[in-house]
Each structure stands twice: as structure tokens, then as C-alpha cells.
Design a protein around this ligand. Structure first.
Ligand SMILES: C[S@@+](CC[C@H](N)C(=O)[O-])C[C@H]1O[C@@H](n2cnc3c(N)ncnc32)[C@H](O)[C@@H]1O
Length: 283
């Protein structure tokens, strides 16, 4: 094992910072052999099979091409739960965990009806259902392939979520769709002109339909979500959205213009305007 660890460190030096390479070493051996950090030390002399050595080479080659390690291994964690990921879904981000936590802070111990729009891997509804087992949870996406992945993740985590295909820009709901207590969404919100500042691992590997909006319509999805919320949230319902840090004030103005109350902007752990909340009524 020692020789393989040396190989990983040598091949990736100069491509990634040292700490990141150590992170890859841990993830790789956890994935291949279910080894934790202590196993790496205790079993350093263990011989890997030729297949394992070959697998490590392939993974290192893909890492050198800047492919995200989560796609290479096909898995990640969100809210301490395992999720399968692939090129059809965005890799769940820590900021989105903060959005889920904000909802849980308000709805712990209750059984709300919730819809997640643009569910991707299903990370939001599945972690909500895990923490709110009595909740009635729905989730939609425009991408059939993303929905397949989300469904697989619901099975993996033994949670019941009602998934359906829908374009939020032209919404058509399943029959007997219930009134909602919560509308949550992390829609595409990166403007085309922000592409230049993005890392190749995001640009070349993550699905562009999950990320981008045209420069001239940065609030495209938020407008559609606000109109949808007006129709389908119950009188005491609320919405929770992840937002582009540059459009916090614009989102506040949009929600006020559409008649929402109690509008609150929240910063993420990095101090950036990242989430917004609003209610239908003033109570
Ligand atoms: C930023 S990703 C968020 C994925 C996941 N909710 C998360 O937080 O990791 C946005 C998602 O919205 C979906 N999407 C894009 N356009 C859509 C549309 N018009 N209607 C519904 N979903 C859409 C994408 O397929 C993608 O899964």
C-alpha cells in the first residue's frame, strides 16, 4: 500500500495542493478497501492486488484531468448521508447543507409538505426526509437522468420521496398535488459571464444545465419559483432558496414585489449572501 500512496503523492504533486492530495489518498482507500486513516498507518505494508493497483492508476489519471473525485468514485456525502453522483447531477455543496439546516431549524418535529425544485442528486429532499420522517416530500427536475439518480439515492438512504419530471419555467403538476408548506430550491444561478472565474473541474465536468442562467436573466428561475409559490404554497407556507451571492438584494426586491412577507437573507459559512427565506402571509 505504501508504494501506491507514494505513487499518488508523486503523480499529483504540482497538480493539487498537498492537503487536497492527502484528502484524495484517504477517499481512495476508503472507497477501494473501506480503510480509515488509522488503517492506512497500521496496514502500510499490505500488498495491493494488481487490479487494485490498476484502479488507482486510472483514478490518478482522471484526477490529473481535473475530474472531480466525487464523479470518479461515483459517490459523495451530504448531511452525513451517502449519495451516488454522476455527470447528470451537480455535486452537492456544503452551502446547500446550510440551506437544509435552516429548514430543519424551523420545522423540526413537524410533518410539513415540501417540494424541492431542481433536485439533482436528491440531496435536499432525501436529507429532509431523513430528519423529518413524517414529512410529505416531493421533488422535481427537468432532467430525467438526474431523477433516475435521485431515485437511486432515495433507495440507498431508505427514504420515501415523490419524484416527478417538471420544467419550472412551464410547470405542469401531477394530479392531486397537495398544497405546500415549504418550497425549497437551489436552481441554476451562475451567470454566463461568471464562467471565467470558475475552475475547470466545474466547467468541464458538471452539467451546465444545472449551473447557468443567461446574463440578461439572472433571476429567471427565481421569478418562476415566486409565481409557482404564490399558487401552490399554503397561506402559512414559506420558501427557502439558495441564491447567487451577487443577487441578494435583487431577490429581496423580487419577493417584495410579488407580495411575500418576512423576507430574510442569510449568509453562508464564508460570509456570502447565499440563502433567502420568505413567507406568504405576514404571520
Ligand atoms: C444547481 S442544481 C441543484 C441540484 C441539487 N438540488 C443540489 O442542491 O445539489 C439545479 C438543478 O435544477 C435542474 N433544472 C435546470 N433547469 C430546470 C428547469 N427548467 N426546471 C426544473 N429543474 C431544472 C437541473 O437539472 C439541476 O438538477
Amino acid at each position: 500500500m505504501q508504494a501506491s500512496i507514494k505513487y499518488i503523492r508523486k503523480e499529483l504533486a504540482g497538480v493539487y495542493p498537498k492537503e487536497e492530495i492527502e484528502g484524495f489518498v484517504r477517499l481512495l482507500f476508503q472507497h477501494l478497501k473501506n480503510y480509515q486513516l488509522t488503517d492506512l498507518l497500521m496496514k502500510a505494508d499490505e500488498q495491493l492486488s494488481p487490479e487494485e493497483t490498476e484502479q488507482i492508476k486510472t483514478i490518478v489519471d482522471r484526477l490529473k484531468q481535473h475530474e472531480p473525485v466525487q464523479y470518479i468514485l461515483g459517490e459523495t456525502e451530504f448531511f452525513d448521508l451517502p449519495f451516488q453522483v454522476n455527470q447528470h447531477v451537480l455535486i452537492p455543496r456544503p452551502e446547500t447543507e446550510e440551506l437544509v439546516q435552516w429548514i430543519l431549524n424551523q420545522y423540526a418535529g413537524t410533518s410539513p409538505t415540501i417540494l424541492d425544485v431542481g433536485t439533482g442528486s436528491g440531496c435536499i429532499p432525501i436529507s429532509l426526509k431523513h430528519k423529518l420522517p413524517e414529512a410529505n416530500i416531493w421533488a422535481c427536475d427537468i432532467s430525467e437522468k438526474a431523477l433516475e439518480t435521485a431515485q437511486a439515492n432515495a433507495r440507498l438512504n431508505d427514504t420515501e420521496v415523490h419524484f416527478f419530471e417538471m420544467d419550472i419555467l412551464h410547470p405542469q403538476l401531477p394530479e392531486a398535488f397537495p398544497a405546500l408548506n415549504v418550497l425549497v430550491s437551489n436552481p441554476p444561478y451562475v451567470t454566463e459571464s461568471e464562467k471565467e472565474q470558475m475552475h475547470p473541474n466545474v466547467l468541464e465536468f458538471e452539467p451546465s444545465g444545472a449551473l447557468f442562467v443567461p446574463d440578461h436573466q439572472p433571476l429567471l428561475f427565481y421569478r418562476a419559483l415566486a409565481d409557482f409559490a404564490k399558487k401552490h404554497l399554503s397561506q402559512t407556507g414559506s420558501l427557502f432558496w439558495e441564491i447567487n451571492e451577487a443577487y441578494g438584494e435583487a431577490c429581496i426586491a423580487l419577493l417584495k414585489e410579488k407580495g411575500f412577507s418576512n423576507v430574510q437573507l442569510k449568509k453562508d459559512i464564508n460570509g456570502k449572501d447565499r440563502m433567502i427565506f420568505a413567507t406568504c402571509s405576514t404571520i
